[in-house]
Design a binder for this molecule. Structure first.
Ligand code: BDR
Ligand code: CA
Length: 311
């Protein structure tokens, strides 16, 4: 089993990603770290516990990370995820389980102890940048780094050109792309926009697994409304679970290697600038995913999170 840390900002789609990771036998989730993104990192940590509680996996430690981006003022995404970050489902708070307060130390210690660690980042890259700044050498043990964020040809989701995770902390994102000793595997909006949880799929889940359907419906209802209101999509785009599925099944997505930088200022702030044509002659630092087998993704997602076999 591949050891992984999931750094996230739960968050509706982060929660679905955690559900998928924790029902995937290929992964050993050694810890969950939270960063301020969709919601502040302390609320994200409490939400992570709520999801672990639902899965009966409170044995997995949760570490709260930094509260604000490196330089920019923090802007949450509660308009998308609800005032509780979980679609205003108001799931019961989990008590009696500690939330550890040193995400950055945990990430670096886990790297130091494991020569082959995968990190899946589902939120802004603030914790990751600070962890690398604190102890760069241990990052040679990070053998895969998968980041949900950015966009190549797809338009932005919080500015004309920028995706939320990179826009929220562009300085951290650019630092990570320029400094990590491992290629950043970018699961951006080009691929995640194709992953839509529709009312029909929810209906299918209802018929086979009503209890899980109720839970998923509770946390996605707000997200469905948001997508209808702003994008006229019937359903909701679930970005983060694709990063987890792709980590396990890299053949699910195709793409290309490139040098990539993240803009840190001006009207394009947060944009991922991908030098596909190699104009800059700079070293490859990323693998940009552009195509995805959506049907296969949904089969894997439903099979693992809802015990629905459709193959
Ligand atoms: C990303 O931003 C967040 O709102 C989602 O959780 C996802 O990680 C999509 O742009
Ligand atoms: Ca997220």
């Amino acid at each position: 089993r591949q050891k992984v840390i999931i750094d996230c900002d739960p968050g509706i789609d982060d929660s679905l990603a955690l559900m998928l990771a924790l029902t995937s036998p290929e992964l050993e989730v050694v810890g969950i770290t939270t960063v301020s993104g969709n919601v502040p990192s302390d609320m994200g940590a409490k939400n992570a516990l709520k999801i672990l509680n639902h899965l009966d996996r409170l044995d997995i430690p949760v570490y709260q990370g930094v509260a604000t981006p490196l330089k920019r003022d923090y802007v949450d995404a509660m308009d998308t995820h609800g005032e509780d970050g979980l679609g205003e489902s108001y799931l019961p708070e989990v008590s009696g389980v500690p939330i550890h307060d040193n995400a950055i130390e945990f990430i670096n210690q886990t790297l130091a102890d494991n020569p082959n660690l995968t990190i899946i980042a589902l939120g802004p890259l603030t914790n990751i940048a600070l962890a690398h700044q604190a102890l760069p050498d241990v990052w040679n043990n990070c053998t895969r780094f998968v980041s949900m964020g950015g966009n190549f040809k797809s338009f932005g989701n919080c500015s004309p050109v920028a995706e939320y995770n990179y826009w929220c902390d562009p300085d951290a994102a650019n630092y990570v792309y320029q400094n990590l000793p491992v290629k950043i595997e970018m699961i951006g909006l080009d691929v995640t926009r194709k992953i839509v949880l529709t009312p029909n799929i929810l209906e299918l889940i209802h018929q086979v697994n009503p209890e899980q359907a109720d839970f998923i419906q509770k946390i996605t209802r707000f997200y469905f409304d948001f997508h209808w209101k702003y994008e006229k999509i019937i359903g909701c785009v679930i970005n983060d679970p694709l990063a987890v599925t792709y980590t396990i099944f890299p053949e699910l997505c195709t793409g290309f290697d490139s040098h990539t930088e993240i803009e840190t200022k001006g009207i394009s702030i947060g944009q991922s600038v991908v030098d596909e044509m190699n104009f800059w002659h700079k070293p490859v630092n990323s693998h940009i995913l552009t195509e995805v087998d959506t049907l296969r993704f949904m089969q894997i997602f439903l099979q693992r999170t809802c015990s629905i076999d459709s193959e």
